[in-house]
Write a protein that binds this ligand. Structure first.
Ligand SMILES: [Zn+2]
Length: 449
């Protein structure tokens, strides 16, 4: 006698006309009886989707294992959708019917894998279902792409700084802006993560801030108002309010991709002048030394840090307190040169090209493959052009644009103060005269920018 299994599943995703499991069972048993099969096992999964591969269906898996173990020769289910909505799984069952003689029938009469005609019908159904799955995925991609094109925020987890509809959340937007500014000015990802954690604003996933979440935030082009689709910038502006400027965003990307940054990461300087002040004798950078001192690596001098740092900061504050001198330096350092004008033009041209490629793809002039190739090439050129643009801009120059440059300097982190001092002048420290006590300002000299 042929042994048979019955598979039952009640899913809640077709609410309204859902068949009760009891009715499925009655129909399946009646069919088994009509065929003269002996039911040896019943498998039943409740309210579990058959279309989502990630959802576990314990009894379904048990049934597959039992069939492999030879516990039965036939399966009766109410319809094929009850058994599986994944075309690939359905094809596996059809294969088993063809190659190993599995007898699979549905009680609703739609499929009978015991006959050639029934198997052919099931194959057609699987092919149609697979096409439908693929079309659905394509539709979802097209919809996401369209959202990016019209500049609407993507669906999904909302971005720190915006509501799910893309409106600004003031406190979060401030945090995002400061993260960009401070990173551009020289703070490390680690220092910024610690700072963000203190601010009490949660990350988008609610987890604590760490260098990696800060990095992810800093690389999101949506903060500069750029629309992205599948991780690629579309070259179009988003329809939401940017939190940072294009320039600042670009500078941050260049700094993030700078291979030299990695060696500094995690080793935030603890002293204002180490690696920044130069030895007045040999010109090498001073390093910090025991007892709160700076030292020339070649041994030309060892000097107490405190007085030198206070003096250097005082000179910087004096300079920044003079609006005329600040304006003059700002004009000099931020004036557009022919080099950065060229880079800016190149960036504009490449963004336009990306938009045109997307248009051509949308109107069917180029296929997906050519779209990808052309987009990748333009993206690569854009990265290079943006790097050139960022090199032409000095992030520490933000101090020269601040409404209160002195406050900007004194309230900033150590790494930013170092950046500002490096922008204003080069500090040279000379050996202290022998036998002299106290600090002599004459032993610290400045080469002004
Ligand atoms: Zn030296």
């Amino acid at each position: 006698m042929t042994t048979a299994a019955i598979y039952l599943r009640q899913s809640l995703d077709a609410a309204g006309d859902e068949l009760a499991v009891q009715r499925q069972r009655d129909d399946c048993r009646a069919l088994a009886t009509a065929r003269g099969w002996s039911v040896v096992e019943e498998y039943k999964d409740n309210s579990i989707s058959a279309s989502d591969r990630r959802k576990k269906r314990p009894d379904y898996d048990r049934m597959v294992a039992d069939y492999e173990a030879g516990r039965f020769q036939a399966i009766v289910c109410w319809d094929l959708d009850r058994l599986t909505r994944q075309p690939r799984q359905l094809e596996d069952w059809i294969d088993l019917a063809e190659t190993r003689g599995l007898l699979l029938v549905t009680a609703n009469g739609e499929a009978d894998l015991t006959t050639d005609g029934g198997r052919m019908y099931a194959r057609i159904k699987a092919a149609v279902a697979r096409g439908e799955v693929e079309r659905k995925a394509a539709r979802q991609r097209a919809a996401a792409r369209q959202r990016a094109e019209v500049g609407r925020p993507p669906l999904g987890v909302r971005l720190t700084g915006y509501t799910p509809k893309g409106e600004l959340v003031a406190a979060e937007a401030d945090l995002v802006r400061v993260l960009f500014e401070r990173f551009a000015a020289g703070d490390s990802l680690r220092a910024l993560a610690a700072w963000a954690q203190q601010q009490g604003v949660p990350t988008r996933h609610g987890a604590p801030w760490n260098p990696s979440t800060v990095r992810t935030l800093l690389t999101n082009p949506r903060y500069a108002g750029r629309a992205i689709y599948r991780g690629q910038q579309t070259g179009r502006a988003g329809g939401w309010t940017p939190i940072v400027s294009e320039d600042l965003f670009t500078i941050v990307q260049v700094k993030l991709s700078d291979p030299r940054r990695r060696t500094h990461e995690g080793t935030d300087r603890k002293h204002l002048g180490s690696g920044l002040y130069l030895c007045g004798v040999c010109g090498d950078a001073l390093t910090s030394w025991t007892g709160g001192r700076y030292r020339c690596p070649a041994g030309h001098l060892t000097r107490a840090q405190r007085h030198i740092d206070l003096y250097v900061a005082g000179v910087a504050v004096e300079f920044l307190s003079d609006p005329d001198r600040v304006a003059e330096l700002r004009a000099r350092l931020t004036a557009p040169t022919s080099e950065n004008r060229e880079a800016a033009e190149q960036v504009r041209v490449l963004r336009e090209r990306l938009t045109r490629i997307a248009d051509e793809y949308d109107s069917g002039l180029i296929d997906g493959h050519r779209f990808r190739v052309a987009t990748d090439r333009a993206q690569a050129e854009l990265v290079t052009a943006e790097a050139a643009l960022a090199r032409a801009a000095n992030p520490a120059a933000a101090v020269l644009r601040a409404s209160d440059p002195v406050a900007y300097l004194t309230e900033s982190s150590l790494m930013i103060r170092r950046g500002v001092i490096g922008l204003l002048f080069t500090v040279r420290v000379h050996p202290a005269p022998r036998g002299r006590r106290g600090f002599d300002p004459e032993t610290v000299t400045f080469d002004w920018s």
